[in-house]
Design a protein. Structure first.
Length: 245
């Protein structure tokens, strides 16, 4: 007779290990090629412009800008990749990072405070940008070169590189036929409701995701989102309040 607890435990372990396996990124191969070329060109042009204006290469800022390029050119539809996200997020991170470095002498404590304050402010200012966390830490751990710059570090290279990369992303993405910046969901003209009369399978969602730009969502998450939206619409038509998850 099979030991039911053992079978359940083994199944749970297998399910957990399966989640660790990398999932394929949903998106068209053409869009992936465009994203790769755009990120390479964007970083190259940003580096050349900065070198031309500053007369030197700022090696300490390569890592944050490389991460920003992945978002701006690889996931241009993401709220984290919009022009205000990179410019505002990096600006906030630079100010917080430099200020924290000046007032908190212990590096580990300074890094924690800077990351906490930076993320909180980015949420409030609607400019959440993950690479900005690296900008804040660079202001603290960047060495004597960054420390000697002080608040000038915020203008060059942080703001200069951020604006350059955002403008290049704006130009490249639109030339590539992408909508960038991504329009706000709430507009003055109310969009008509979407009516779906057929059942949508996971394979349908997979094909839809592969036919367009790379999105930071997979088929399972999208399916759960559609089901949740259907439940909310049903409660709305019945005049009921849906249960919050």
């Amino acid at each position: 007779m099979t030991n039911q607890p053992s079978v359940t435990w083994i199944t749970s372990v297998r399910t957990f290990l399966a989640r660790l396996w990398p999932h394929p990124l949903p998106g068209g191969k053409k869009q992936m090629v465009i994203a790769s070329i755009g990120a390479g060109l964007g970083l190259m042009m940003t580096s050349l412009i900065s070198h031309w204006l500053l007369g030197e290469v700022n090696l300490w800022f390569v890592a944050p800008m490389g991460a920003s390029a992945v978002l701006l050119f690889g996931l241009p539809n993401s709220p984290l990749a919009q022009p205000w996200s990179i410019v505002g997020g990096n600006l906030v991170a630079g100010v917080v990072g430099v200020t924290t470095a000046l007032w908190v002498p212990h590096p580990a404590l300074a890094c924690g405070i800077a990351a906490c304050v930076t993320i909180a402010l980015m949420f409030q200012l609607r400019c959440l940008h993950p690479p900005s966390g690296a900008v804040a830490l660079t202001a603290i751990l960047g060495g004597n070169g960054v420390q000697q710059l002080g608040y000038h570090f915020i203008l060059t290279p942080v703001l200069l590189n951020s604006v350059c990369l955002a403008l290049l992303a704006l130009l490249f993405n639109n030339l590539a036929g992408r909508r960038y910046p991504h329009p706000l969901a709430a507009t003055e003209t109310k969009a008509p409701p979407v009516v779906i009369d057929v059942a949508i399978t996971r394979e349908d969602l997979h094909q839809a995701l592969e036919s367009g730009e790379v999105l930071d969502i997979d088929e399972d998450d999208l399916q759960q989102l559609l089901q949740r939206a259907e439940e909310i619409a049903t409660h709305r038509q019945r005049g009921q309040m849906p249960a919050s998850s």
